[in-house]
Design a protein around this ligand. Structure first.
Ligand code: ADP
Ligand code: MG
Ligand code: MG
Ligand code: MG
Ligand code: MG
Ligand code: MG
Length: 683
């Protein structure tokens, strides 16, 4: 969640009064670092992943699985253990990382008091061999984490806890609802990390909105689901807080699972990848080119079919997080005429990207959102400070938001050797890509973070998706690929990715020709700094209608290409090479030893088979697991018993993976064929 400042956090009305100052100082700090770092060259091609875990208490004897709220104790135990390597359970992975001279992984707090985040001890380098260190490192992280927990605690990588916010006890220890910060009728304040930043974030988002957040997910209509469906867990008779009126004012519509707190969104786990670019131009190119891949990777990694004890009719977490931190006022939402606020704002501060930033001459004006909301004053300050129009527009869009958490101590004087005020706004703009400038000391380069992917149940899968993103980024740079489509089509794709089984059932807007050449004498000059491949098909830059540049494609076509995908999927008659074949031809063009190539192949296989439907997404697997349980009554309810069996199955998979056992044919009640999900496992 970014850097944690210490001090006195202002309540919303006071924080609001300081918003202008924080933005003004944030822009000065941005210009300072931009001027210092804009000419930075030849930074190394480094990258790093972030894996997030839920911590659960589970044992076969106990009737329930619970969320453990011991995050702080676990992090303390990890921090105080100076000789992690002495831990017995993690031997093979430790040997592996010692051989490779890697530092031990690093653990971080997260919003949920039941969450942990872990990153490699240092970023990964450019070597292909290095890609093979990712999976053992992820397994080691899980092992070390487990080693610093109680025997009945387990780190698991489900995106959401199946019964977070369900009636009854779901945390260990248990706390009563509801508290003054979240005012949720479903979760206690103690669900959030107690560091003042987190409850303040939640409380001030609620205050700014003027009501609680409304996280409504369509319920999955199964055979015996009553219809219309009314969320049976909503209490309409509470009178403790003014916000208890929300549900009486229509916050909980029929046929939706209703949730009312930040924890329902920010309490979900994801897989993020950060890339360092060699310079700002390349960083801006990576940001733009990876952007249209966001919704595709979201659908491919879908893992979120359950909320608050019910099967949902969607497969991914994204929109729920978006709603869980949506601080827009009724005026900004367009529900009331503008009086006190400056703009109507079409998206939450957690949303898909809103603009492109590269200097690439292939970036046509038609790709931009004509209605992008920006702060013109801020943009002018950035232009006056020497920043170009496109980048100034990007930051002037991020800076339409208020800072949510403001510490009194930080407002005494402006410190240009820091980036705290800039980061305050930047790190609470949760878009699906993040363009990360160097830190104030300029010690590292310009970075781009890819944020949409859902966490996967196994480290094999998490490593596979991380590695795939690294390879596709290399392909983009070395073949100088062009993925541009209008940014509003990327938004549409993001919505499409939510549909149940979108990976197989839906089509996504995607660019037909990835090889369109840059116009001669590219204005931004970024083309000249990028290695070009001698790819055969490079037609002249299209100048026709933008709509002709893209079409709807299945994910199978996008990933595997039209030659592999079912002919019936392709009603356009167009050929499309497919991202995996492009990665393969890239790997053919560089020097990769046979062993590495073969190992990388197992990761690419997982992606390929997810796209073709040969392997299931975790979302599909979880949904079918629930529906296959004896205790399931066909009514969309994920009971305590089913929740326990699901988490138990997930823990079992993790233990088998830690033991290095293969997964094909593993037979667990209700899911005869684990290979459907786990087929990529090596034994
Ligand atoms: P945040 O939570 O703000 O996204 P984290 O520090 O948790 O950031 O994780 C960022 C990831 O970036 C980690 O995997 C880390 O190893 C990686 N990383 C750190 N420095 C660099 C760098 N110079 N280039 C690329 N990746 C880096
Ligand atoms: Mg995180
Ligand atoms: Mg973080
Ligand atoms: Mg973060
Ligand atoms: Mg992080
Ligand atoms: Mg991150």
């Amino acid at each position: 969640m970014g850097l944690l400042a210490l001090g006195t956090a202002l309540d919303w009305p006071d924080a609001k009064l300081q918003a202008h100052l924080v933005r003004a100082w944030g822009i000065k700090q941005l210009l300072e670092i931009w001027n210092k770092a804009k000419g930075k060259e030849r930074d190394a091609m480094l990258w790093g992943d972030e894996v997030e875990y839920l911590v659960v208490t589970y044992s076969e004897e106990e009737p329930k699985v619970l969320l453990s709220l011991r995050q702080a104790d676990i992090l303390t135990a990890l921090a105080n253990d100076t000789d992690l390597s002495a831990k017995g359970g993690c031997v093979p992975e430790l040997q592996h990382i010692h051989r490779n001279g890697e530092p031990l992984p690093v653990f971080h707090p997260e919003f949920g008091r039941f969450m942990l985040e872990a990153t490699p001890g240092k970023p990964w380098g450019i070597e292909f061999k290095e890609l093979l260190n990712v999976e053992p490192n992820m397994k080691l992280r899980r092992c070390i984490a487990k080693d610093h927990m109680l025997p009945n605690e387990h780190p698991i990588t489900l995106t959401t806890f199946p019964r977070l916010g369900s009636p009854g006890v779901f945390t260990e220890p248990a706390y009563p609802v509801s508290g003054p910060k979240l005012r949720s009728q479903f979760v206690p304040d103690e669900i959030a990390n107690p560091h003042i930043r987190f409850p303040t974030l939640a409380a001030n988002i609620r205050s700014r909105r003027g009501r609680k957040v409304q996280v409504n997910v369509p319920v999955f209509r199964d055979e015996k689901t009553p219809w219309p469906w009314k969320d049976p867990t909503v209490n309409y008779d509470l009178n403790q807080w003014p916000e208890d009126d929300d549900v009486r004012n229509g916050a909980a519509p029929d046929n939706f699972i209703h949730m009312d707190a930040m924890a329902f969104g920010m309490g979900s786990c994801c897989l993020q990848i950060t890339f360092q670019a060699k310079n700002i131009t390349e960083g801006r190119q990576m940001y733009d080119q990876l952007s249209p891949l966001g919704p595709i990777m979201l659908a491919l990694t879908a893992a979120t079919p359950i909320y608050k004890g019910f099967l949902a009719d969607t497969d991914v977490r994204w929109n729920q997080i978006s709603k869980a931190v949506d601080d827009r006022t009724p005026e900004e939402l367009g529900e009331k005429p503008l009086q006190n606020d400056r703009w109507r704002i079409p998206k939450s501060r957690y949303a898909s990207n809103s603009t492109y930033i590269s200097t690439d001459a292939r970036l046509r004006p038609e790709y931009f959102d004509p209605d992008l909301v920006i702060d013109e004053d801020i943009k002018q300050q950035l232009l006056d400070g020497g920043m170009d129009d496109r980048l100034a527009t990007h930051f002037a869009h991020l800076f339409i938001r208020d800072p949510i958490v403001v510490f009194n101590e930080d407002l005494q004087s402006l410190d240009l050797s820091k980036t705290d005020h800039f980061e305050n706004i930047q790190s609470t703009n949760w878009q699906h890509m993040r363009f990360k400038p160097p830190p104030a000391d300029n010690s590292i380069g310009w970075r781009v973070e890819f944020r949409p992917m859902e966490i996967q149940i196994t480290d094999f899968e998490n490593a596979a998706f991380a590695v795939f993103m690294v390879l596709i980024t290399r392909v983009i740079l070395s073949f100088d690929l062009n993925f541009y489509i209008p940014i509003l089509r990327v938004d549409e794709n993001m919505e499409t990715a939510h549909a149940r089984d979108a990976v197989l059932e839906r089509k996504f807007w995607f660019r037909r020709n990835l090889f369109s050449a840059r116009p001669p004498r590219s204005s931004g000059g970024s083309g000249s700094s990028t290695p070009r491949s001698a790819h055969p098909s490079r037609p002249a830059t299209p100048t026709g209608p933008v709509e002709d540049e893209y079409r709807l494609m299945t994910i199978n076509e996008i990933i595997n290409g039209t030659a592999y995908a079912n002919e019936a999927d392709n009603d356009s008659g167009d050929d499309f090479p497919g991202l995996i074949p492009l990665v393969e031809s890239y790997l053919d063009s560089v020097n990769v030893d046979v062993v590495t190539r073969c190992e990388l192949g197992t990761y690419l296989d997982l992606i390929r088979k997810r796209a073709s439907g040969e392997l299931w997404t975790a979302a599909k697997w979880i949904r079918e697991f629930v529906r296959g349980q004896k205790a399931y009554r066909g009514d969309s309810v994920v009971s305590e018993e089913i929740g326990k069996d699901l988490v138990g199955a997930v823990i079992k998979v993790g233990e088998r993976e830690q033991r290095g056992e293969g997964f094909r044919g593993l037979d667990v009640e209700g899911v005869k064929d684990w290979g459907r999900l786990m087929g990529g496992f090596r034994s």
